[in-house]
Design a protein around this ligand. Sequence first.
Ligand code: DP6
Length: 340
Amino acid sequence: MSQATARAHANLAFVKYWGKSDHALNLPLNNSISMNLSAAYTTTTVNFAEPLRSDVVMIADDGTVSPSFAQRVSLHLDRLRALAGVTTYAQVTTENSFPAATGFASSASGFAALTVAAAGALDLSLSERELSILSRQGSGSASRSVPAGFVEWYAAETSSDSYAEQIAPPGHWDIIDIAVVVSSREKDVSSSDGHRLALNSPFWDARLAALPTTLEQTRTAILERDFTVFGHLLESEAMALHTIAMTSAHGARDGAWRSGIYYWTPDTLDLLIAVQNWRADGLTVYFTLDAGPTVHLICPARQEAVVTNAVRKLERQRPDRKWSLLVSHPAPGAHIIPLD
Ligand code: DP6
């Protein structure tokens, strides 16, 4: 086979990956735990073809990709070519189920789909662990999009020990993520820069010291389907990440000193406060956030309508708000899509 198509879902971290011990290999400083998201996925076709004189990377229905993205893809294909012992260039066509700049890390689903499609096209027979390790090198969080459902990615000193594994399959727990996209503005500080700057925070050591307990308790809460314990851990962990970010002093963007990174917009904060009040009104819902303004509302699936209504009511309080919602259930891992 020289061509294959694969699909991988984006994932949402409940315990976050923030800080690396090795930036070239994307080795994380701590384990992280996530869930694959059914509504957010990337479908990628890789076709290794002799006549090509360079890799060609395209977004389906659009065409253009930035040179830096194309280069990152090419670099990743080199890793797979080296494993297969070939030098053939490839045409890569990729498509996201979610619009760009919605606060979803398309790099996770993107690099997991690229890895699985390229391995398939090169007839490499790789284990889930090997696919996770390779995906990680494209983008750290992509390692977690390889296994299905609820997943943990291990921090390790060597590349071969830092991979993600399933904690529980997608059907284990009927919880959903209602992603509230409050802004489509591109963030000022990329995740990659955020990982570097995190260690500038005076609270960094405290976070790292608390994480083993957080990880243990989160894993157990998932396995026992204990939504209350899970919710408390989830929301506290999101605030820990953003406390680190907001105290990561830097002069990264334009040389001007900043005391920290603010990934939020005023709408983000309005939602965080509202969620806490909704709970006081009896709603079962908690939030988490990644490195962006999108608020992820986590609730039991049966609460979808009532939580969605509460979000829409809050949105209508200000006429300038235009939020979009994306609802996801726990999703499968990265997989090959058979040709028609
Ligand atoms: C805040 O995986 O995007 O979403 O390894 O540099 O590509 P790179 O970083 P990336 O970082 C994701 C950070 C996060 C938390 C998480 O997903 O765990």
